[in-house]
Design a protein around this ligand. Sequence first.
Ligand SMILES: *Cc1c(COP(=O)(O)O)cnc(C)c1O
Length: 358
Amino acid sequence: MARAAKAEINLAALKENYLLAREVSGNKAVAIIKANAYGHGAVEVARYLSDTADAFGVACIEEAVELKEAGIEQPVALLEGFFEANELELVDRYQLITAVHSAWQVEAIEQASFQQPITVWVKFDSGMHRLGFDEQGFVDAIERLKALPQVGELVMMTHFACADEVEGDYTPTQIENFKRVSAAYDLPVCMANSAGTLQWPEAHGSWVRPGIMLYGADPMDLPTENGARLKTVMTLSSALIAIRELPVGEPIGYGRRFVTDKPTRVGVVAMGYADGYPRHAIDGTPVAVNGKMSRVIGKVSMDMMTVDLTDQPDAKIGDPVELWGEQVDVNKVAACADTIAYTLYTGITRRVPLVYKK
Ligand SMILES: *Cc1c(COP(=O)(O)O)cnc(C)c1O
C-alpha cells in the first residue's frame, strides 16, 4: 500500500465560495491566490476560475509570473506592489496591476515607461499600520500618479486589521478613516478581505479581495449568516498504518505526553508535521476515522500521529482518517494547535499530493 496521505481539493466548492463573495458584495472580486493559493495550488485554482474570476491577487512578482507563464489571462494584482524598481519591466510585460504603498514606488513609476498605461492600486493606511500611506502621503501619491501618462486606472485601497471581529468597533473606524480621505476622489475603491466581504457591507466598495473564504474556512470569530454558507474545499486525509491495544498507565509517543487512563486501542496514522499537520496539536484535537469522530492522543511526530480507536473496535489497518475537511472543521483543528486555518493550509508540504475534484 502506498502512503495514503493526500489533500483533496474540491474546485467546484471553491468556485461557489468565489461566487458567494461576488454575490454578497454585489461587486467585482479579486480572487486572492497568493502563497500557492493558500496551499491549494495557484495554477490549478486560477485555471479552474479562469472563466469566472474578475482578477487574481498575489503577494509578489514571482507568483504573478508563474500564473502568466501558465497562460492565465485575467489581470493579476501585486498586493504589496513591487519590491524593486526593476520589477516594473515584468509589470509592463504582463500588464500586472500593482499596489503602491510608499513614495519610492511612485518615483519608480514616474521614471518608467510602459507599452500601455498600467493600473495602480494606491494603498491608504486606515489603521492597520503595516503598509500604506498616511493621509498627506496618499493625497500626494494620487496627485502624482494622476498626472502620469504611463498610469491608466487608479484604485484606492486599504486593509483591515480586525474585520473578523463580528462585534468589534475598529473596522467601522477604519472604514471612516478611509472614506474621509477617499471622498475627495471619484475613483474605484477596494477595502474588504474575506471577513470584510462576509460581514461589513459598508466596506464592499467597487472591488473585494476574498482570500481565506475561497478555501471555505470561515474567518469570523462568531457564527454569521454568510459564514455559514461557505463550502469546504480541502480535505486532508490519510490512513491507519498500525493498531495496538494498550493497558492503563502506558505512554504513547514522544515525551510520554499522553498516558492511557483506561485500556486503550491506539491507531497510528501516516500523517505528521512534515506533511504540515501541526506538531503542537493537543491531546483531544478532533480527527475522523471511518467517518466517526475521534481524537489525537500523544504528540504528533514527523511522519506519524496517534489517535484513539477505543470506541472503534472494528477499525482496521488501511481505514481512512480525515485530519480536516468535510467532517473535521479546520478551524477546530487550528484552535487545538493555537493557530489559524491560514497557517494549516499554507503549511501543507510537497510530500502531500493535491488531488483535484471538479
Ligand atoms: C492576503 C490578503 C487578502 C486576503 O485576506 P483573507 O483574510 O485571506 O481574505 C486581502 N488583501 C490583502 C492586501 C492581502 O494581503
